[in-house]
Design a protein around this ligand. Structure first.
Ligand code: GDP
Ligand code: GDP
Length: 434
C-alpha cells in the first residue's frame, strides 16, 4: 500500500484533513499547536484505491527554537519515506516564510507533491488559493478540510499518481518477519544477533520506489526475510522526529510483514507506546509475537519470569493468545525462541479450517450459549465458513447480522481459538445475512 504524508506548518489543518481522510475520531484537533496526537497514521480509500496516510502534525516540538528545523526535517523524512506528499498551506494567511522554506525542499523531489490550500471554505477564498502557485510546485488544490469542499478533485489527482503496489512481494513464499518497537528497545541488536548467529545472507531485496532493505536469514534450512532492517539506522537530534521516523518505519515494516515481533524493554516495562504498536499490528491483522528484551538487566529468581508474564498478560487481556518470549539480544539468550514463535504464528496465520469442522465446533458453542435476541427476535447463525487465510477471516451467515454485538463476537472468537489454536493471530469475524 502506498504511503501519503501530510506536511506543512502547524495550524494549517493537517490533522483536520487527516481525520476526514481516515474517518478516525481518535486524532483530536486542538486549537493550540504542539499538542501530541495519539494517532498519526491511518488508512484511506478513494475510488477503490487504498493508501496509508501519515500526519506529521503530531510531532511538533514545543520548544520554539528547534521548531522550524524540526518541521524542515520532517519534510525531508516524508520525502524519503512517502510515495506522495500533500503540502498543506492556509489560504487565510497566504504564503509564509516557513511555507517558502518547505517549498524549497519539496521542489527538489521527483515524488508527486500536491499543494493543498486549506480553509478555502467559500468561493472568494478559493480564488485566493492561486497565490500559492508562487511556491513553484505544480498544481494547487483549494480545499476545505472542515467541509470537504474541493477534496474530491484533490483525491482524484492523488490516487492517479500513486504507485499500484509497494514493496509487497506477494509471490514471495518466505515468511516475512518485522522486528518493531520503540527506539532503543534493541531492534538492531536483535536483528544483528539473529543475522550473525544464523550465518545469514544479507541481501538487498530492493523495494520498488522506496529502498526497503530486507535481510534473508537461514533457519534450519528455511529462508526467512527480516523486513526493512535498514530502517533501524536514521538518527536525528530532535526527539519528536526520532519518534516520527520510527512511526513511519514501523508502519511500513508492519504492512510488509506476515508476523510482527514487538520488542519491549525489560528495564522500562510495558509502556503506552508499546501497546500502540501492538494495536497497530493487530489492526493490520498481522501475526504477533511479544518479546521482552534486555532480560539480562533484570534481577531475577526462579519466579521472576512467571510473575512478569502474569503482569503483562493482565494488562493485555485481549492478547492472551500472543506468544511472549523473554530474551537478551546482548547475550543471545533464547533468541532462537523468537524465531520459533514467529514461525509458529506464521503457520497458524495460514491455516485453513474445514467448514465441516468449523460448524461442528461452533454449532455446539452456539447451542451452549445463544446469541442475545435482537429487537425481540432470536438471532440464528445458520453456518460459518473460513473465507480467507493469512489473515484468517470467518464469515457467519445469520438472519440478523447487525444483531451480533461485541461480547458475543468475542465469545465466538474464543471458541475458535479454543478449538483450533491460532496462537498469535488476530481473527476477523464477519456476519452476513443469509
Ligand atoms: P494542524 O496543526 O495543521 O494539524 O491543524 P489542525 O487540523 O489542528 O487545524 C488548525 C485549526 O484550523 C483548527 O482550529 C481547525 O478547526 C481549523 N481548520 C482546519 N481546517 C479548516 C478549514 O477547512 N476551514 C476552516 N475555516 N478552518 C479549518
Ligand atoms: P533499537 O533502537 O531498538 O534498534 O535499539 P538498539 O539495538 O540500538 O539498542 C539500544 C541500546 O540497548 C544499545 O545500547 C544496546 O547495546 C542496548 N541493548 C540492546 N539489547 C540489549 C540487551 O538484551 N541487553 C542489554 N543489556 N542491552 C541491550
Amino acid at each position: 500500500m502506498a504511503l501519503v504524508a501530510i506536511v506543512g506548518r502547524p495550524n494549517v489543518g493537517k490533522s483536520t484533513f487527516f481525520n476526514r481522510l481516515t474517518r478516525s475520531h481518535e486524532a483530536i484537533t486542538h486549537d493550540q499547536p504542539g499538542v501530541t496526537r495519539d494517532r498519526v497514521y491511518g488508512t484511506a480509500e478513494w475510488n477503490g484505491v487504498r493508501f496509508s496516510v501519515v500526519d506529521t502534525g503530531g510531532y511538533v516540538p514545543n520548544s520554539s527554537d528547534i521548531f522550524e528545523q524540526a518541521i524542515r526535517e520532517q519534510v525531508q523524512i516524508a520525502i524519503e519515506e512517502a510515495d506522495a506528499i500533500l503540502f498543506m498551506v492556509d489560504v487565510t494567511t497566504g504564503v509564509t516564510d516557513l511555507d517558502d522554506a518547505l517549498a524549497e525542499l519539496l521542489r527538489r523531489t521527483d515524488k508527486p507533491v500536491f499543494v493543498v490550500a486549506n480553509k478555502a471554505d467559500n468561493d472568494e477564498r478559493t480564488w485566493e488559493a492561486s497565490t500559492f502557485y508562487q511556491l513553484g510546485l505544480s498544481e494547487v488544490y483549494p480545499i476545505s478540510a472542515l467541509s470537504g469542499r474541493g477534496t474530491g478533485e484533490l483525491l482524484d489527482a492523488l490516487v492517479k499518481r500513486l504507485p499500484a503496489r509497494n514493496g509487497e512481494a506477494e509471490s514471495d513464499e518466505r515468511p516475512r518477519l518485522a522486528i518493531v518497537g520503540r527506539p532503543n528497545v534493541g531492534k538492531s541488536s536483535l536483528t544483528n544477533a539473529l543475522l550473525g548467529q544464523e550465518r545469514s545472507i544479507v541481501t538487498d531485496i530492493s523495494g520498488t520506489t522506496r529502498d526497503a532493505v530486507h535481510s534473508v536469514l537461514k533457519y534450519y534450512g528455511r529462508e526467512i526475510v527480516l523486513v526493512d532492517t535498514a530502517g533501524l539506522r536514521r538518527r536525528s537530534r530532535i526527539r519528536e522526529n526520532i519518534e516520527f521516523y520510527a512511526t513511519l518505519r514501523t508502519e511500513r515494516a508492519l504492512r510488509e510483514c506476515d508476523v510482527a515481533i514487538t520488542l519491549i524493554d525489560a528495564t522500562e516495562g510495558l509502556t503506552a507506546q508499546d501497546i500502540r504498536i501492538l494495536r497497530q499490528a493487530e489492526e493490520l491483522r498481522k501475526g504477533m509475537v511479544l518479546v521482552v528484551n534486555k532480560w539480562d538487566l533484570i534481577e531475577k529468581d526462579a519466579n521472576t519470569m512467571k510473575e512478569w508474564e502474569e503482569a503483562i498478560r493482565y494488562r493485555l487481556p485481549t492478547w492472551q493468545h500472543v506468544p511472549l518470549v523473554f530474551i537478551s539480544a546482548k547475550t543471545r539468550q533464547r533468541i532462537h525462541r523468537v524465531l520459533e514463535a514467529a514461525l509458529r504464528v506464521y503457520e497458524n496465520r495460514r491455516q485453513r479450517i474445514a467448514t465441516s469442522q468449523l460448524n461442528e465446533v461452533l454449532q455446539e458453542a452456539i447451542r451452549q450459549q445463544h446469541p442475545p435476541t435482537y429487537r425481540g427476535r432470536p438471532v440464528k447463525i445458520k453456518y460459518v465458513t473460513q473465507v480467507e487465510t493469512a489473515p484468517p477471516v470467518f464469515a457467519f451467515f445469520c438472519n440478523y447480522p447487525e444483531g451480533i454485538k461485541e461480547p458475543y463476537r468475542r465469545y465466538l472468537e474464543k471458541q475458535i481459538r479454543a478449538a483450533f489454536g491460532f496462537e498469535g493471530v488476530p481473527l476477523t469475524l464477519v456476519f452476513r445475512e443469509k
